[in-house]
Design a protein around this ligand. Structure first.
Ligand code: PLP
Length: 566
C-alpha cells in the first residue's frame, strides 16, 4: 500500500506556503505567517476539510537565536532531519532552473490533529543525488540567500509543487496561495491549461487565464513593502528562462519587474486580506482588485493552556470543535476557577523564564508580555519612549515585563532594537524587572502568551496586517492592551475585552506613547491591584468575545464557504 493512499482518494484543496509551523521541533517557519499556516492545517484537520499542504523542507531551518553579553542577536543555523519526522516520497519531478534541470522530490509529514484527523504536508526537497551541489541547497534555508536564491525557491515551491502533487496522484480542486511566494504555481497551471493551437487567431494568447483564476485563491498578508517579492526580468530570464511567453508574464506580473503579489492577484478569482482593516489598506495598494476580508484566527486547542483546557472541557464541552461556544465563558465559569487556571498558567511561564534566564518573576505582580518578530514597524521600543514616566508608573503599581522575538538576520534595525531592549532591561534593574526570552518559537509562544497578565502590541498603523499573538492570549483569559490596528480594530471593546492604545487614526510615536502610559498607569494596573473581580470580568470578556471569534475554525469555515466553494 502506498503511504499516500488515504489522502489521494478524494479531491483536496492544495495550500501552498513558503513556511509552515508544524511543531516546535521542526524549524520550517520564521514567524506569524508560518504559525498561521500551521493553525490553518490543524483546523482543517479538526473540521475534516480535505487539504494538502505544500512547502519547502528547509533543512537548515530559519535560524537559532542566541543573545550575547551586549544584547546582540547571534544567529546559528538550525538544522533538522526530515527522516526523523517524515517519510520519503518516491516520486520525482524536474524543472529547468538556471539552465539546468533540477530534480525535486519530497517528504510526507502527516499532520495529526488532536481530534483524530490528519492532513498530508509535502515538504519539497532538492537535496538529491541527481542535482549539482549548488542545486541541492535550494530548499535548505528559509528566507536566506539572495534574490536569485529566493526566486529558485519560489520556482521549486510553485512549479515543482504543482508537478509533484500531480506525480503523486493528488486531485486538486482548488489552490490556495498563502502569500505571493507561491504565485508561480498559477504560472504552471497556465502552462497546463492551454487552448489548442489550431483554434487560435494569430497573436492570440494560448493560455486559459479564466480557468486558472477559477482554481486559485490568494491571501495577501502584509502591507509592508519588503513582504512583496519583486524580481527583475533579467533575473527571471536567467533563473527561470521563459516559463510562459514573456509578454504574457509581463501583462500578469508587471511591466518593470515580476511582482509576485500582482501575479497572484491577476491569477486568482478570490483574493483576501487577513483582517477588515488590512483588506481596506490592500484595496488602496492594489486598486482595481476585489479584496475580501477574512480575519485571521488561531487554533483553539494549540493555544489554550492545559489549565484552561480543563476548565473549558468542564463547563463548555465541544469548545475545541466549535470555539463559538466560548461566548458562554463570561456567564458559566466562576471567578475563582478562572483565577486559579490563570495562576497555574502564570506559574508555568515563571518556570519557563527561570529555565531560560535564571531569573525569578514575582507571581503576585502583573506581567506584561510582548513578543513578535523584532522589526521597526512593530515598535517594541514604544513602551520605553519615556523611561522616567515608566518608572513612575511602576513606583505606584509595580509590574514586570517579558519580551521575546527574532530579527531577520538582514534586518539591522530589528537587531538594534533587540540590543536596545537589553540595554533598557539593564538600566531598569529592580525598578521594573524585565527579561528577554531568546529563541522565540512555538513552545515559548505557548508559554508566554498564556502566562502573562496583559498582552501588549504597539505596531505602527496601518502596518500590522492582523497580528495573531494577541488572539492566542485571549484563549487564556489574557486581555490585550494594543494599538488599534490589524485584528484589534475588530476585537477591542474598551474595558470589556481589553484596552486600546490611541484611536484608529495614524499617530506619531509620542502620541501613542502618551496614550499607552495613561492607559497603563491610570486604568490597567490600578484595576489589576484594586478590583480583582472587575479584572476577572475583563479576562472573561477576552475569552467570551475574542477567543470565541478569533479562532482558526471560524476562519477556515469562511475560507471553505467563500474561497474554496464559489
Ligand atoms: C504567533 C506567533 C508569531 C506571530 O505573532 P504576531 O502577533 O502575529 O506578530 C510569531 N512567532 C511565533 C513563534 C508565534 O507563535
Amino acid at each position: 500500500m502506498n503511504i499516500l493512499d488515504s489522502f489521494t482518494q478524494e479531491p483536496r484543496i492544495a495550500y501552498f506556503s513558503m513556511e509552515i509551523a508544524l511543531r516546535s521541533e521542526i524549524p520550517t517557519y520564521s514567524g506569524g505567517l508560518g504559525v498561521l499556516a500551521g493553525d490553518t492545517l490543524y483546523s482543517a484537520a479538526d473540521l475534516e476539510l480535505p487539504m494538502v499542504a505544500v512547502t519547502l523542507v528547509s533543512r537548515a531551518g530559519y535560524f537559532r537565536q542566541s543573545i550575547d553579553q551586549q544584547g546582540r542577536q547571534q544567529e546559528a543555523s538550525d538544522p533538522w532531519r526530515p527522516e526523523d519526522w517524515a517519510k520519503p516520497l518516491d516520486a520525482k519531478v524536474a524543472l529547468p532552473i538556471g539552465g539546468r534541470m533540477v530534480w525535486v522530490s519530497g517528504w510526507l509529514y502527516v499532520l495529526q490533529g488532536h481530534m483524530g484527523n490528519a492532513q498530508p504536508v509535502i515538504l519539497l526537497d532538492t537535496d538529491l543525488e541527481e542535482n549539482t551541489p549548488e542545486d541541492r541547497h535550494i530548499t535548505d534555508g528559509l528566507y536566506g540567500g539572495d534574490q536569485a536564491y529566493r526566486l529558485k525557491q519560489e520556482m521549486v515551491l510553485g512549479i515543482g509543487g504543482v508537478r509533484l502533487l500531480q506525480a503523486l496522484g493528488f486531485a486538486i480542486r482548488e489552490y490556495h496561495l498563502n502569500e505571493g511566494h507561491s504565485a508561480l504555481l498559477a504560472v504552471e497551471l497556465l502552462r497546463r491549461y492551454r487552448y489548442p493551437a489550431e483554434g487560435l487567431r494569430p497573436g492570440e494568447s494560448p493560455y486559459d487565464v479564466p480557468r486558472v483564476r477559477e482554481q486559485c485563491s490568494f491571501t495577501t498578508h502584509t502591507p509592508v513593502e519588503a513582504g512583496h517579492d519583486r524580481f527583475s526580468y533579467e533575473l527571471v530570464q536567467q533563473v527561470a528562462g521563459e516559463p510562459i511567453a514573456l509578454g504574457v508574464l509581463k501583462q500578469l506580473g508587471g511591466e518593470d519587474a515580476l511582482n509576485m503579489t500582482r501575479l497572484a492577484l491577476n491569477l486568482s478569482e478570490y483574493v483576501n486580506g487577513v483582517a477588515k482593516r488590512h483588506a481596506e489598506v490592500s484595496r488602496g495598494m492594489f486598486p482595481g482588485y476585489r479584496v475580501h476580508a477574512v480575519t485571521n484566527g488561531v487554533h483553539p486547542f494549540t493555544w489554550t493552556s492545559e489549565p484552561f483546557r480543563k476548565l473549558y472541557d468542564k463547563y463548555i464541552p465541544g469548545w475545541c470543535h466549535e470555539a463559538e461556544l466560548l461566548m458562554r465563558a463570561d456567564c458559566c465559569i466562576g471567578d475563582a476557577e478562572i483565577w486559579e487556571a490563570h495562576r497555574q498558567t502564570k506559574q508555568r511561564l515563571i518556570e519557563c523564564v527561570k529555565a531560560a534566564t535564571g531569573a525569578s518573576l514575582d507571581p503576585q505582580r502583573p506581567i506584561l508580555g510582548f513578543a513578535r518578530r523584532m522589526t521597526a514597524y512593530k515598535r517594541p521600543d514604544l513602551l520605553f519612549a519615556d523611561v522616567q514616566r515608566l518608572r513612575e508608573i511602576a513606583a505606584h503599581h509595580p509590574f514586570q515585563i517579558v519580551i521575546a522575538g527574532k530579527a531577520h538576520p538582514h534586518d539591522t534595525r530589528g537587531k538594534q532594537l533587540i540590543e536596545q531592549l537589553h540595554a533598557q532591561a539593564r538600566a531598569l534593574g529592580d525598578a521594573i524587572p524585565m527579561f528577554f526570552l531568546p529563541g522565540y518559537d512555538l513552545a515559548k509562544a505557548q508559554c508566554l502568551v498564556a502566562g502573562v497578565d496583559v498582552w501588549l502590541n504597539t505596531p505602527l498603523r496601518p502596518l500590522e496586517a492582523s497580528g495573531t499573538s494577541g488572539m492566542k492570549a485571549t484563549f487564556n483569559g489574557v486581555p490585550n492592551l494594543s494599538v488599534l490596528d490589524g485584528w484589534w480594530v475588530e476585537g477591542c471593546i474598551e474595558g470589556i475585552t481589553g484596552w486600546a492604545i490611541g484611536d484608529s487614526q495614524e499617530a506619531d510615536n509620542d502620541t501613542d506613547a502618551e496614550s499607552l502610559y495613561r492607559k497603563l498607569g491610570d486604568l490597567v494596573l490600578p484595576l489589576y491591584y484594586k478590583d480583582r473581580s472587575r479584572w476577572i470580568a475583563v479576562m472573561k470578556g477576552a475569552i467570551a468575545k475574542n477567543a470565541a471569534y478569533f479562532n482558526s475554525h471560524r476562519m477556515m469555515r469562511r475560507y471553505a464557504t467563500e474561497a474554496y466553494i464559489r
